[in-house]
Write a protein that binds this ligand. Structure first.
Ligand SMILES: Nc1nc2c(ncn2[C@@H]2O[C@H](COP(=O)(O)OP(=O)(O)OP(=O)(O)O)[C@@H](O)[C@H]2O)c(=O)[nH]1
Length: 594
């Protein structure tokens, strides 16, 4: 190796022009997919750095970039995946710090020239998502580093595999981190940088174990051995680097990063690279392993393998992008014309709104209903009125909580010290009013069912153009929801008023009041034929078995009242029908039995 101070890795690595062009092509694709959010549909080539906690992953990444910018330490540091895109810029004659800067996807347009500020932003953004107490999240942070000293590579720094939960970490932290790592390295387009510290047993390496599962053929796994400088005295990593312990098709690279003490003493990466070079030069055991030693070699190897890898996956990638392009173009065409002018946009909006109104009315009127498996739209509203509402009214028992004793007591209270000869109106109205008020709840419930159904119709109301404008769709849902909600309140008031009106004036002159009760006819017939009145309880039973409309039931209630009242003023057991006819006033309170 040369004696002079080594440049940061990229500068010393010879990049093949073709390799560089395919990598920058993929970088451009990464940018586009990150912006349109379709990363999940097409997997682009990238390098994921995996390993157990504190194995030195972030240190390797920093050394590759040649700058201090990642949170590092003996504790858990990487708590969210960091997608790091290195972009090689043209070297200017008078190089100054302005040539190197970072940009976060979540802070577009803001250039970070101070790399310690980048570290602070990574920490802050990690805390924002994963909390400040060692929590871990799988939401990515995307960072681009522009520098003339880097190679075009996309690297993903992943949280280290940890066994024992600390801080806010859940009890299954190991399984979660493994799943997160696996989601990156399982894709065939991902190169795996499996980082293992030299001071631990390679056979126990979490990184190699996971890489073995994701890439059993070893076609895309590069082994990285860190911490060569702190191996046990008398041991070395020669056999590890030669692949004699665990063979790897793409081989191993050994590196010496800065120790925690170096970091605390602000030792620069440049100095660390010099120290690394000296380390390998001064240890004869690593002679002849120039290709497998040092960060610059790792950068070169990575770049070459990535370029080859991209060339291998490019044809398949091209086919996938073409297929997606056709599908997207088709979807785009289905949205109709793109209008730039304000007037054109207004017309388009009006068109969408009127189509929406038409679709809503069609659903209500049943023109759109194609489903044969379930009722929907207007048919469902009809069903709510005709079946659900009517049934709930029928379930209202007119005689519920109305015992013979209640009736007698009400009549006696109304007549005071006198015996009641005729059925007084006041207790009748009090009792009937109470029963009528029972109709309020099912009626209000019906209104709410109809409201829910209208909301459902508004959600199902599909206008193709609306798919293109998700914000408009959301806003329309809000406006329609508010509109329907505003309509529900007066409807409920109106229902309450109608019930109150029914309670306020008991219309005994209504034709339904005197007709329609089968039970009354039965009662009349029985009393006539036997000349013997029916005991109160039997009359009530007959009425209860006679299911009819609400008004019929109201008639029944009044009939029961009248007859029970009769039971009070005469002999409670049996009574002649002629007596009944005599005491019942016609046309006002009770039924002419004849
Ligand atoms: N002596 C020495 N120390 C190293 C080496 N590589 C890393 N370290 C130290 O090991 C500690 C952990 O390094 P990191 O780079 O933060 O490890 P990591 O794998 O990214 O850690 P997490 O992201 O928390 O999983 C730091 O204190 C580094 O200074 C090395 O080659 N030699």
């Amino acid at each position: 190796m040369a004696d002079e101070v080594p440049s940061p890795p990229a500068a010393s690595a010879a990049t093949a022009p073709l390799g560089s062009s395919v990598i920058s092509l993929v970088n451009r694709l990464q940018d586009i997919f990150a912006r349109v959010g379709s990363q999940s549909t097409i997997d682009l080539p990238q390098v994921a750095v995996v390993g157990s906690q504190s194995s030195g992953k972030s240190s390797v990444l920093e050394a590759l970039v040649g700058r201090d910018f990642l949170p590092r330490g003996n504790d858990i540091c990487t708590r969210r995946p960091l997608v790091l895109q290195l972009v090689q810029t043209k070297r200017k004659p008078n190089l100054d710090n302005n040539d190197e800067y970072g940009e976060f996807l979540h802070l577009p347009g803001r250039k970070f020239h101070d790399f310690s500020e980048i570290r602070r932003e990574i920490q802050a953004e990690t805390d924002r998502e994963a909390g400040g107490n060692k929590g871990v999240s799988d939401k990515q942070i995307r960072l681009k580093i522009f520098s003339p000293n880097v190679l075009d590579i996309t690297l993903v720094d992943l949280p280290g595999i940890t066994k024992v939960p600390v801080g806010d970490q859940p009890s299954d932290i190991e399984a979660r981190i493994r799943t997160m790592i696996m989601s990156y390295i399982k894709t065939p387009t991902c190169l795996i940088l499996a980082v293992t510290p030299a001071n631990s047993d390679l056979a126990n390496s979490d990184a190699l174990q996971m890489a073995g599962i994701a890439d059993p053929d070893g076609n895309r796994t590069i082994g990285v051995i860190t911490k060569l400088d702190i191996m046990d005295r008398g041991t070395d990593a020669r056999n590890l680097l030669l692949g004699k312990v665990i063979p790897l098709r793409l081989g191993y690279v050994g590196v010496v990063n800065r120790s925690q003490e170096d970091i605390q003493m602000n030792r620069s990466i440049k100095d660390a690279l010099v120290a690394e070079e000296n380390f390998f030069r001064n240890r004869p055991v690593y002679n002849g392993l120039a290709d497998s030693c040092g960060v610059p070699q790792l950068a070169k190897k990575l770049n070459q393998i990535l370029a080859q890898h991209i060339k291998a996956v490019l044809p398949g990638l091209r086919a996938r992008i073409s297929t997606s392009l056709v599908a997207v173009a088709k979807e785009h065409a289905s949205y109709g014309e793109i209008t730039e002018s304000k007037a054109g946009q207004g017309a388009l909006l009006l068109n969408i709104l009127s189509k929406y109104c038409e679709a809503f009315s069609s659903m209500l009127e049943g023109k759109n209903e194609m489903s044969t498996s379930e009722l929907s739209g207007g048919a469902r509203i009809h069903y709510i009125f005709q079946s659900i509402f009517v049934r709930s009214l029928e379930e209202v028992d007119p005689c519920e909580d109305l015992t013979d004793d209640d009736i007698r007591t009400a009549i006696q209270n109304a007549t005071g010290p006198k015996s009641a000869l005729f059925v007084p109106e006041v207790p009748f109205e009090v009792l009937v009013r109470r029963q009528i008020s029972r109709l309020l709840d099912p009626s209000l419930q019906c209104a709410r069912f109809i409201y829910d159904e209208l909301i459902k119709i508004s959600h199902r109301c599909m206008v193709t153009e609306l798919q293109r404008f998700p914000f408009l769709r959301k806003r329309m849902d809000e406006v329609i929801g508010n509109f329907l909600r505003e309509g529900l309140e007066p409807s409920e008031n109106m229902i309450a008023h109608l019930i109150e009106m029914e309670m306020d004036y008991i219309n005994t002159s209504h034709p339904n009041f005197i007709g329609g009760s089968k039970a009354l006819e039965i009662a009349a017939q029985q009393t006539k034929s036997s000349r013997v009145a029916i005991p109160v309880s039997r009359q009530k039973d007959a009425l209860e078995s006679d299911k009819g409309s609400a008004s019929e039931r109201s008639v029944k209630s009044r009939a029961i009242l009248a007859r029970q009242a009769n039971g009070v003023v005469t002999d409670p057991g049996v009574r002649a029908a002629s007596d009944v006819e005599k005491i019942v006033p016609s046309g006002n309170l009770y039924i002419p039995l004849a």
